[in-house]
Design a protein around this ligand. Sequence first.
Ligand SMILES: O=C(O)C(=O)C[C@]1(C(=O)O)C=C[C@@H](O)C=C1
Length: 289
Amino acid sequence: MTKNSANEADAATLARIRQTIDELDAEMHRCLVERGQAIDTLIKVKGTSRPGAAFRPGREADMMRRLVARHEGRLPLWTVEHIWREIITTFTRMQARFDVSIDQGVDRDALRDTARFLFGFTVALHGYADAAETITHIRETGTDLGLVSANQPASAGAWWRALGRPSAPRIMAMSPYIRIAGRPAEHAAFVIAPELADPTPPDLDLFAVTAIGKDPWPAIVAAGGAVLAEAGDEKLIALPVGTAVAALAAHAGFEDVARVGALSRGIAIGDIDANPVLYERLDEEAGVS
Ligand SMILES: O=C(O)C(=O)C[C@]1(C(=O)O)C=C[C@@H](O)C=C1
């Protein structure tokens, strides 16, 4: 083959590949437009005008699990995750407008990256000085979501005590949902929401508790739970849904129990430390090596 005919063959192959890419792009775009039409119908069925009525964290967690299970190839899993986060946020916002408040007290840039990873660029972000101010703002708007760092300074105290009272915001998810080495936006953070109307049962209930006397850790861990944050005797704990909390409190030695949210367990893939209470290992299914 002469040099010229090799170039022509390359050019023909390139043109074919580009045609395939254009067809795939058109198909993806058509699917997104069609998804938007499905959401128009869903709005009528769901009645999403009430605050918090659009968010379905349990359903989103289930979608993420299926996304991980079907993923394969060289495309980074977190790219697909981020594309779907952008899609889900946009389609949620088509149902009911919301902005996102972010805690800028610690790791400002990391929290902003996480907010953009989770919510894309459809939402406006509003920064607040700390966890308490972020939560106050979410309560005042009645519609906004928020992001609070899981690594708080001691000065933040038991910030989670501001959650869960009637009409107060609550924790609805943890980020990152997928723990895998090398991912961007890996800073641990809680997603805070107004009271939700999600009928999907979560995996874990979250409680604010006050330890009295003995250390409640061992009994909480024995019950399949975990302590997620501490400020002196004040603890933020996760327990499997259905745990007999009053009996556990008496046995473990804690009181002033207030439910402050709920979570679906995330997914941990490969060689990465992940609390097994919060993250389920899915190495085999993930199609990621
Ligand atoms: O399934 C729903 O109820 C939706 O509102 C759709 C959708 C989505 O875009 O897929 C959007 C928001 C919810 O949190 C979950 C999923």
